[in-house]
Design a protein around this ligand. Structure first.
Ligand SMILES: NC(=O)c1ccc[n+]([C@@H]2O[C@H](COP(=O)([O-])OP(=O)(O)OC[C@H]3O[C@@H](n4cnc5c(N)ncnc54)[C@H](OP(=O)(O)O)[C@@H]3O)[C@@H](O)[C@H]2O)c1
Length: 317
């Protein structure tokens, strides 16, 4: 890695000693780089993914920086595994100061999970939703929730029937739809936390198109090789740049009071019209609870709409 993400995010001087963080999907890619940077800044980090060997390697690297680190394995296609992850986090931490919902990807798999939900939607949206719901009481006052979305949310519109149907989305369409859900989720979480009077922020990010992460391994056909070859091009977004976006929203004093926004290039940006649809965000929230057969989290929802960010921020370049 050429540059440290904390330098790119302008947070090298932020002292994270005592900060307790969970970074999902930190066995690889931008989650791994963000977890290591948090460790260098002094945070205690819970590393998550499916691959125990990769998890152990990240924990070892973190220990080398003096960080207190553990790995918890959980497959995000498995509801019980996500609930066990939340239980492990409650046990490991006195209070969670930073929750980074980052695990996910673009999968070839068009199957339904055991819960009867389209695979990509389940892994990329439903599991972070469940994890966050299970950790709401564990979030310290002043905590931040950062959700890794994507510019790929553009072009999608919310269709909750199809993710439960026999002819579900697949490939890029499924990915784009799940990333729209990430932006809507982060925004609705911010609104409900505000209504509940919680001093906890929630934002989503687009890390950039990053050929150097492990993302390409899930792409169909010849695309993995082609995508990875882009890494050689000058000016392409690096893994460190993507991790810097997480750090900028996760620990920078400049974003401490910001909630309900979508960031790219370390600026709040205007997401797509479908991602600014408050009614869709509410529907996604309620229906996600129904799909998981859980009580709706933060259910008091009729006040304090987040101010629409339409037209006030630059769009993505
Ligand atoms: N790279 C890009 O161009 C790009 C662009 C926009 C957004 N993003 C988003 O950035 C996030 C991180 O991706 P990345 O680029 O860093 O790719 P990556 O290197 O493949 O990292 C993905 C991480 O998610 C974990 N993960 C994947 N499927 C999982 C599952 N079913 N259960 C539990 N964990 C799972 C992986 O853990 P294991 O390998 O241990 O299972 C890994 O730690 C993703 O949400 C992705 O959608 C990436």
């Amino acid at each position: 890695m050429s540059e440290h993400p904390e330098r790119l995010a302008g947070v090298s001087e932020v002292d994270c000693t005592g900060l307790q963080a969970l970074v999902t999907g930190s066995t690889s890619g931008i989650g791994r780089a963000a977890a290591l940077a948090l460790g260098r800044l002094g945070a205690d980090v819970i590393v998550h993914g499916r691959d125990p060997e990769a998890g152990a390697a990240v924990v070892e690297e973190l220990a080398g920086t003096g960080a207190d680190a553990t790995f918890v394995q959980a497959d995000f296609a498995d509801v019980d595994a996500v609930r066990d992850l939340a239980a492990a986090v409650r046990e490991e931490t006195e209070g969670l100061d930073l929750l980074v919902n980052n695990a996910g990807g673009l999968f070839r798999d068009g199957r339904l999970t055991d819960a009867g939900i389209e695979y990509t939607f389940h892994v990329n949206h439903l599991s972070p939703y469940l994890l966050t719901a299970d950790l709401l009481d564990q979030l310290s006052e002043g905590a931040r929730v950062v959700t890794t979305a994507s510019g790929a949310h553009k072009g999608a519109s919310l269709n909750l029937e199809r993710v439960q149907g026999s002819d579900p989305y697949t490939g890029f369409t499924a990915y784009s739809h799940s990333k729209l859900a990430n932006v809507l989720f982060a925004r609705e979480l911010a609104r409900r936390l505000d209504v509940a009077g919680r001093e906890v922020t929630s934002n989503s990010i687009h890390p950039g198109a990053i050929p150097g992460s492990g993302f390409a391994r899930f792409l169909p056909g010849p695309l993995p090789g082609l995508f990875q070859r882009l890494e050689a091009l000058p000016g392409v977004t690096s893994v460190a740049d993507g991790a810097a976006e997480i750090l900028f929203v996760g620990v920078s004093p400049r974003t401490a009071e910001v909630s309900g926004r979508y960031f790219f290039g370390q600026q709040a940006r205007t997401p797509s019209a479908a991602a600014r649809d408050g009614e869709a965000a509410r529907r996604l929230w309620t229906e996600s609870a129904r799909m998981l057969d859980i009580e709706e989290p933060l259910a008091k929802r009729d006040q304090n709409p987040i101010a629409a960010d339409e037209g006030t921020d630059p769009s993505e370049p």
